[in-house]
Design a protein around this ligand. Structure first.
Ligand code: SF4
Ligand code: SF4
Length: 312
């Protein structure tokens, strides 16, 4: 089985994975694993870096496609599914069952939740956990990393800059230990960085608030918002300054008025905030020297820009 594990790691890495971890079923706390596949003995987690450079355009306020196309769409729709298929083939060739698990962005367990990365109208809500793993829970249990205050998984290699997939298999492979939390120091910079105040101080995410500001409702961080945006909306100044507290219904009305930047090919919403919460976390961890991978220059090269909410 040691050989099989090594073969899987090698294959996943040659297909683009940066970190591969194995969770024995005894250490996995998400009950949906055994509901999805009762014979699961091992959960394999493969994480793929989101290029730091994919956020460069948003950091500079210059180009915005690159984050959503490269760091979301291409990973989710091309790189990770292909790597999953290849790794599952290895397990099948060895005589084991292998069930690939990638996020279905359109399925949610909550009745009233939303996912900022996709059109809220396309989401299937109230679908129970049996449909999908608890990705963050499984990532922690497999030993990928720790959950930060922001809710993102943080790793020593990439901070919050990765996405990940899983394979459930009945092969019993040597397990890794869950990570001991040591990266998130509760600095609160992720909370402060959100242009829509979607994260509370204790890290609770208001998904609808996030959805509106992910798409760029705050003019000070959206170079594409025309002067007449939200003209008919009585809350215009609060919305474009990021002060509005949006109910799910109001968030839908705000989102419906945002047509300043085209969506991405698979209809992923273009991220205008660029997940500022994660970017700020990365800058913080990099500044502390907490990340294993270093660059010649820091990610943040100059003071952050901000546009006037008056449209100037
Ligand atoms: S920005 Fe600070 S508080 Fe937020 S997740 Fe990162 S380390 Fe934790
Ligand atoms: S920074 Fe963006 S992704 Fe993060 S909570 Fe705020 S709106 Fe959501």
């Amino acid at each position: 089985m040691k050989d099989l594990k090594e073969t899987l790691i090698k294959r996943l890495k040659s297909d683009g994975a940066d970190i591969v971890k194995f969770g024995g079923i005894g250490q996995m706390k998400d009950p949906s694993i055994l509901r999805i596949m009762p014979e699961t003995k091992t959960v394999i987690c493969a994480a793929f870096r989101q290029l730091r450079g994919a956020r460069r355009g948003i950091e500079e306020g210059s180009t915005y496609y690159q984050y959503t196309t490269n760091a979301v769409e291409t990973l989710e729709e091309t790189v990770m599914p292909l790597a999953l298929l290849r790794a599952c083939e290895i397990l099948e060739d060895a005589g084991f069952d292998a069930l690939p698990q990638r996020r279905n962005q359109l399925v949610m367990s909550q009745d009233e939740g939303t996912n900022p990365e996709v059109d809220y109208a396309e989401i299937y809500r109230g679908k129970s956990r049996e449909n999908q793993l608890d990705f963050e829970r499984c990532a922690e249990d497999c030993g990928l990393g720790e959950k930060g205050l922001s809710g993102s998984i943080l790793t020593d290699d990439f901070g919050p800059f990765q996405r990940y997939v899983f394979i459930l298999t009945d092969a019993e492979l040597e397990a890794d230990s869950p990570a001991t939390p040591h990266l998130c120091d509760k600095c609160g910079k992720c909370v402060a960085a959100c242009p829509g105040k979607a994260l509370s101080k204790d890290g609770k995410l208001d998904q609808w608030q996030c959805a509106a500001y992910y798409m760029g409702a705050n003019r000070s961080k959206n170079p594409f918002m025309p002067p007449d945006a939200f003209e008919e909306d009585p809350q215009k100044s609060d919305i474009i300054s990021g002060k509005a507290k949006l109910s799910p219904e109001r968030a839908r009305e705000v989102i419906d008025q945002i047509h300043f930047y085209p969506p991405i090919k698979h209809a992923y919403c273009a991220s205008i905030c660029g997940r500022a919460c994660d970017t700020e976390c990365y800058v913080h961890l990099e500044g502390k020297g907490a990340l294993k991978r270093s660059f010649k220059t820091p990610f943040r090269k100059r003071p952050q820009w901000s546009l006037s909410v008056d449209g100037g």
